[in-house]
Design a protein around this ligand. Structure first.
Ligand code: C2E
Ligand code: MG
Ligand code: MG
Length: 802
């Protein structure tokens, strides 16, 4: 058979002879080269079937080296032709795995035989190589590795993916078993060795060595070849599979154990499977619903929550929302539902499944309702609370606007509840509030709302009243009902209340304004004597505005200690006919509004604790002025007014003690005036008066005659002096009634050894008359108006008693 042969021979004659011989044998000589360096390029170009290679060549490269290149790069068969065959040359020649070695001189037959054998052999090698390559590729494509453990020799041979793990290219590895074991995670070694030792087929998944978990599936079988025992197997990387199986197992566990109901649906929304929670929540068994559309069983008919529509309308891959679901027994429950599309992993593929999950949110709803209830209810009385008040009022005002109807708000405050709390204790107070709340509830109509605003304040919202007369009736009923006796701790207790009423839209245009109006009206009811009701009017609002303004400005004046001053009004000793004392009267000069009426701001301050601060300022100022006052006349007595709230102030005695000590004042020169009305409720106050007396000060009852005290009460009080109110003195000597009262007071006080001061003496006749009654002292414009301390000296110089 004709073959293309490349000759590499540097001796021209030998090459020519060889060429002729080959051609005679029927071959074609594609080229004759003398240099080894040219061999590879020429062979690549001319693609010879065989190369005849001399070992000694013309250039630097020897034939053995050129042959190795040819073998490695092109797997071309080479036959060496050489005159030499010493060991060294042969060893070099071996490395290129030649197909023959002819020692010159050789004859033509020898050459022919060698060429034919080499070609034949090369063809067989090529086939093996090709099939090996095929095997490699197949192993690679299948992600498989092949290995062979020679148990007799303990050697290991591998290819395919095993090579990445062992050695690449394949080679025979000594210590085969140890090498193979090293592939695997130490925890697997014992199991693996046991498997190898048993004479059975092996099929096992094992974890590979390394920190990152990787798994290999291993198949192996024992073979006996003569005396040789082989363990031959394949292995496959199953890490991904393992991981996805692991995930699947987890997903399955979640599916089985989650508290959420899960339905797996096909493309047509038909149920493929359900989880146990679905059955627990709905009562449906899996068999009841398989193949069904959820809309046919999961939602009430009139309250469809179409699964498909929800998704298509959203165009997104999922939808979540609240729905109403149906149990098998047809009872409903609120649920939070989530539907999502599941697509196949291939890009652009259509939806293959839907997953519908839902959880029963009844408990959540109940908790929310309870919270709402708590948020809007007063826990003590069960009535609504302030939050409910605001919410309901807003709604009712809007409704009244819509329906053009009338809406009334009654603001109710208990009178004297503090006393109950202070004397009987808070728990009794609480029980009383519960009884009152109960009574209020009994009197409210179905559409009314009763609220406890806080403390002892209640509000009743009464919509749709036909006319204001209705509120009169309700208020009267409330006053009556609330003041009924209550049995608490085996004793009968009674409280009254003051009610303020405001109506929408007459009195206010918004809900909060309406409430304010009712509050103001309640305040007015309190002021006008308690246990009564008042309807709101505009004057109340003006008064409140004024009150708020004065409170704010007075606070500022106290804080800055500016604008407040003391005037002093002289008091005359009628018997000795001389100047003997002064009454300190506060004045407030506002930078913008000028002099503010004392009665007005004192009245307002008395409605808050502000009066305590004002009083403290007065005590301090009087003591400070004392030195200057004493210079007017020796042992001049100075009176100062105390409000009822100051008597309740625990720090009063301490304040007086400190001021007296600080300014080194003789307390015997101080006289505290307490109005008669302040002493109506004597609780705890007598001891305060006594404490002031103990310090050396004297006590006077101011405005006597206005508080309806019985004269006989005076003897039980730790007082020294009585000041007859100006209203009685004013009419002297014309009103016989007042004359008689004044006369009686003077007589009684003399009997009780109390001093008497007549207030508001303006005329000489009044003075004369009072003198005739043996009244001790007089004070009034007849002698002097209240004046700043600086004017007193001048006044005194000009003073003459007529
Ligand atoms: P009050 O303690 O009865 O003081 C007497 C009031 O009668 C003073 O009014 C005084 O200016 C006025 N007055 C005295 N003589 C005559 C008179 O002849 N004719 C007339 N028409 N009025 C006369 P003022 O200063 O306006 O004080 C009013 C009330 O304010 C006082 O009545 C007292 O209750 C209270 N007040 C004044 N200063 C203080 C104070 O520092 N603390 C407290 N808590 N209350 C004070
Ligand atoms: Mg006074
Ligand atoms: Mg007075």
């Amino acid at each position: 058979m004709n073959r293309n042969i490349l000759i590499v021979e540097d001796e021209h004659i030998v090459a020519l002879d060889l060429k002729m011989s080959l051609e005679d044998l029927g071959h074609t000589v594609v080229a004759t080269l003398a240099y080894g360096e040219e061999v590879l390029a020429t062979a690549n170009k001319l693609k010879p079937d065989l190369v005849l290679m001399d070992i000694q060549l013309a250039g630097n490269m020897r034939g053995t080296e050129a042959a190795r290149l040819l073998h490695n790069e092109m797997q071309l068969p080479v036959i060496f032709l050489s005159a030499f065959c010493d060991n060294n040359i042969l060893e070099h020649a071996e490395q290129s795995l030649p197909y023959g070695y002819l020692i010159k001189p050789y004859d033509r037959k020898e050459l022919d035989a060698s060429i034919r054998m080499a070609l034949c052999r090369h063809q067989a090698d090529q086939q093996v190589r090709r099939s090996e390559l095929r095997l490699q590729m197949a192993l690679q494509a299948a992600q498989l590795g092949l290995w062979e453990l020679d148990e007799t020799e303990n050697t290991l041979l591998s290819c395919g993916i095993v090579n990445d793990l062992l050695s690449n290219p394949p080679e025979v590895i000594c210590d085969g078993l140890e090498h193979l074991l090293q592939l695997f995670h130490p925890s697997e070694h014992q199991r693996l060795q046991q498997l190898f030792n048993r004479d059975r087929d092996i099929n096992v998944v094992m974890r590979l060595a390394g920190i990152q978990p990787r798994w290999i599936e291993l198949f192996a079988r024992h073979f006996q070849q003569g005396t040789q025992t082989l363990l031959v197997g394949v292995m496959r990387d199953v890490t991904e599979q393992q991981q996805s199986e692991h995930q699947l197992r987890q997903a399955h566990a979640v599916f089985q154990t989650t508290a959420e109901g899960i339905l797996i649906l096909d493309q047509n929304f038909k149920v493929l499977s359900v989880n146990p929670a679905f059955s627990t929540i709905t009562g449906y068994r899996s068999a009841d619903v398989l193949g069904q559309h959820p809309e046919s069983f999961l939602y009430p008919e009139n309250n469809h929550s179409p699964v498909a529509a929800k998704l298509s309308e959203l165009k997104s891959s999922h939808w979540s929302g609240e729905v109403v679901c149906l149990r098998k027994d047809q009872s409903c429950f609120p649920a939070w539902q989530h539907i999502c599309k599941v697509k196949s992993p291939q890009p652009g593929s259509a939806t293959s499944h839907y997953v519908l999950t839902f959880s029963n949110i009844s408990a959540l709803r109940r908790a929310e309702e309870n919270l709402a209830k708590l948020a809007f209810h007063d826990h003590l009385t069960g009535l609504g609370n302030r939050a409910k008040l605001e919410k309901t009022l807003k709604i009712e005002v809007e409704r009244a606007i819509r329906n053009k109807s009338m809406l009334g708000v009654m603001y109710l405050d208990l009178d004297g509840f503090k006393l109950v709390n202070d004397t009987l204790g808070h728990s009794t107070g609480d029980r009383m509030l519960q009884v009152i709340a109960q009574r209020i509830s009994e009197l409210t109509r179905a559409g009314d709302t009763a609220i406890r605003v806080g403390g002892d304040e209640f509000v009743i919202i009464t919509p749709d009243a036909s006319n204001p007369a209705f509120y009169h009736k309700v208020a009267e009923k409330l006053l009556r009902k609330i003041s009924e006796e209550i049995e608490l701790d085996n004793s009968q207790v009674q409280v009254s209340c003051s009610i303020g009423i405001a109506c929408f839209p007459e009195d206010a245009s918004s809900y909060d304004e309406l409430l304010k109006c009712a509050d103001l009206a309640m305040f007015a009811a309190k002021e006008s004597g308690r246990n009564r009701y008042s309807f709101f009017n505009v004057a109340m609002a003006d008064k409140t505005q004024e009150r708020v303004f004065i409170e704010k400005e007075l606070k500022a004046a106290l804080l800055k200690n500016s604008g407040l001053m003391l005037f002093y009004q002289p008091i005359i000793d009628l018997q000795q006919q001389k100047f003997c004392g002064v009454e300190a009267l506060i004045r407030w000069f506002h930078p913008d509004y000028g002099m503010i009426s004392t009665e007005k701001f004192i009245g307002i301050a008395e409605h808050s604790t502000l009066i305590v601060e004002v009083g403290a300022w007065v005590i301090d100022q009087v003591c400070k002025d004392m030195t200057a006052l004493q210079q007017l006349t020796p042992d001049l007595k100075v009176s100062l007014n105390l409000s009822v709230r100051q008597l309740e102030d625990e720090q009063l005695i301490e304040r007086v003690t400190q001021a007296v000590r600080h300014y080194q004042v003789n307390p015997a020169l101080l006289q505290f005036e307490i109005t008669e009305t302040a002493l109506q409720d004597l609780e705890g106050k007598v001891s305060v008066l006594q404490a002031l007396r103990d310090q050396g000060a004297t006590i006077a009852i101011d405005d006597f005659g206005t508080g309806f005290s019985s004269l006989s009460r005076l003897k039980h009080l730790p007082i020294n002096c009585v000041k007859i109110d100006r209203s009685f003195v004013m009419t002297i000597p014309h009103q016989s009634n007042d004359i008689e009262i004044t006369r009686a007071v003077c007589a009684l006080c003399q009997a009780l050894q109390l001093k008497v001061v007549a207030e508001g003496v303006e005329t000489w006749e009044q003075q004369q008359f009072l003198q005739s009654l043996n009244c001790d002292y007089a004070q009034g414009y007849l002698f002097a108006k209240p004046m700043p301390i600086s004017d007193l000296e001048k006044w005194l110089k000009n003073f003459r008693f007529d």
